[in-house]
Design a protein around this ligand. Structure first.
Ligand SMILES: Cc1cc2nc3c(=O)[nH]c(=O)nc-3n(C[C@H](O)[C@H](O)[C@H](O)COP(=O)(O)O)c2cc1C
Length: 188
């Protein structure tokens, strides 16, 4: 299997725990990965600090690109990143992508992934949803993106918040196409 080049974008929706656990999991699967690049919105940093009481996004062994760095390799299709995960994905970022408004590195990189027909995974988070959110999700889906809502599952009987959040993160890992030992329904 060819090693993956993955962009992890973090936006200001609730659920910084998902980004934290995904980055930790990717560190454990590094034999399957060529490169991970991180980009965060300003609100993502605020929400991360508010929800997790730390600055741990700085501790990963991955380069963090500034949100307006249009010189970042994955702002262009020629860098050949396979997958972009936006986790958590705010309704604002979803709307910018659905509208084709590439005014920051996150929305530009998502635009590039879609135009290059590569994999875009949006771990969308808000509740309830209004019709604009739902239409934007339909638009991104029609353009080839995958909406993977930040909705945990309970059939593995998670005992901690981390275990619960990992039910979402393991789905993201599956969608990226990485081999991963995790609980699956019927043990499949
Ligand atoms: C603590 C906190 C939680 C938030 N949770 C959500 C959320 O779950 N979903 C969402 O769409 N926006 C949420 N927001 C609002 C976004 O941060 C805001 O709309 C922002 O403009 C999104 O911009 P970004 O996508 O560039 O990060 C939250 C804001 C704060 C401060």
């Amino acid at each position: 299997m060819r090693k993956k080049k993955i962009v992890v974008a973090i936006t200001g929706a609730s659920g910084a725990i998902y980004a934290n656990l995904l980055l930790k999991k990717l560190s454990q699967l590094k034999d399957q990965i060529e490169e991970v690049a991180i980009v965060m919105s300003d609100n993502a940093k605020d929400v991360w600090r508010f929800e997790l009481d730390n600055d741990d996004f700085r501790t990963f062994d991955y380069k963090i690109f500034a949100k307006n760095d249009f010189m970042a390799p994955f702002a262009s299709g020629s860098a050949r990143f396979d997958t972009m995960v936006i986790v958590p994905c705010s309704m604002g970022t979803l709307g910018r992508i659905a509208g084709g408004i590439s005014d920051d590195l996150i929305s530009r990189a998502a635009d590039v992934i879609l135009k290059e027909r590569r994999k875009l995974i949006l771990v969308a988070r808000d509740t309830p949803l209004n019709l604009i959110h739902i239409r934007n999700m339909a638009t991104v889906t029609e353009a080839g993106g995958v909406i993977c809502p930040a909705i945990p599952s309970y059939y593995s009987k998670p005992q901690t918040i981390e275990e619960l959040a990992m039910t979402v993160v393991n789905r993201i890992i599956d969608l990226i196409g990485l081999e991963n030992e995790s609980y699956q329904w019927n043990g499949i």
